[in-house]
Design a protein around this ligand. Structure first.
Ligand SMILES: C[S@@+](CC[C@H](N)C(=O)[O-])C[C@H]1O[C@@H](n2cnc3c(N)ncnc32)[C@H](O)[C@@H]1O
Length: 290
């Protein structure tokens, strides 16, 4: 008896298995992450990440790897899906012919547009739309998608693949995310540990692998250390908690109290240990004649 007939479910070696697995995990994730307005609240503080040494290293490694592989080239076009404030798009724009940025948060795109205007970039376009509803009418040499909840659903990943002429690059969580302050406050408010099983590279990698790709993978083991004012830290944390559900006034006060308790002279330093995966597909490798 084969595994599939025995369990009456698709085999672990089939993309269908991983598509279903990803879907079953995604159902447990915060559904509020699928509304653009909920990301608007993150736009103001999002680029604080760029003050982290390890994050700058990650940005440099991603860009230099894409260059090395030929995904970034003077003649190339790039689509950045869920581009946020354009952290990657702005860097890539210096190295390619054009970058099309797509995001469903007006405030995130507002930050990107401010960067475009202040640095005189002329080859980046910003489109306000939901990737799930977007109907692509062309392909791009590189399709890039970093750290978005879109990666929980494999039909969104299929759409990334379909839009790419050659390269697809993806960045996602890889099993490690730990921030003691966040965890302590989360437990006070929600009464349990935060479990976020869906934002992980595992089902995504396996899905792509069982589809016949052999993605290159690089892992970033990082410590994101950010020092911010109390108000800014509270704002950033409230946004994360409110991806789960709206908080009441007493709960918001509790967040502030717990942040203030760890602050010195109005500033607080927060460390987050993370591991991220940077995955890259070159569709031409799979087509290489044998
Ligand atoms: C964590 S941010 C990452 C931003 C950027 N890719 C980066 O790595 O710096 C996630 C972004 O994905 C966007 N996003 C999430 N779901 C989306 C969807 N369905 N369509 C378009 N954008 C989406 C959010 O608005 C947000 O700007």
């Amino acid at each position: 008896m084969t595994e599939s007939t025995c369990l009456n479910m698709p085999m672990v070696t089939s993309p269908e298995f991983w598509r279903n697995y990803a879907e079953s995990c995604a159902g447990k994730g915060p559904s509020r992450a699928f509304h653009g307005q909920n990301w608007d609240k993150a736009a103001e503080t999002y680029d604080d990440l760029e003050t982290c040494h390890d994050y700058q290293n990650q940005l440099d490694t991603v860009i230099s790897t894409l260059l090395e592989k030929g995904a970034l080239d003077r003649e190339n076009s790039v689509l950045d899906v869920g581009c946020g404030t354009g952290t990657y798009a702005v860097r890539m724009s210096q190295l390619v012919k054009e970058v099309m940025c797509l995001d469903f948060s007006e405030a995130m795109l507002g930050q990107l547009k401010a960067k475009i205007a202040s640095s005189g970039i002329s080859n980046v376009t910003a489109i306000l739309t939901d990737w799930r509803a977007y109907e692509p009418d062309r392909q791009f040499d590189l399709v890039f998608c970093s750290m978005t909840p879109l990666l929980r659903h494999m039909q969104n990943v299929d759409k990334l693949l379909g839009c790419s002429r050659r390269f697809v690059a993806i960045i996602s969580w890889a099993g490690v995310k730990s921030n003691p302050l966040f965890e302590a406050v989360y437990k006070e408010i929600f009464g349990k540990k935060d479990e976020n099983p869906c934002m992980d590279i595992l089902p995504l990698f396996n899905y792509l692998y069982t589809k016949g790709f052999a993605p290159d993978m690089h892992f970033f083991n990082a410590c994101w250390e950010r020092t911010r004012g109390v108000d800014r830290q509270v704002e950033a944390m409230l946004w994360q908690f409110e991806l789960k559900r709206e908080l009441g006034d007493a709960e918001k006060r509790l967040v502030r109290q717990m942040v203030e308790a760890q602050a010195r002279d109005g500033l607080i330093t927060v460390k987050t240990r993370v591991r991220l995966a940077f995955l890259m597909i070159d569709k031409e490798m799979a087509r290489k004649p044998c």
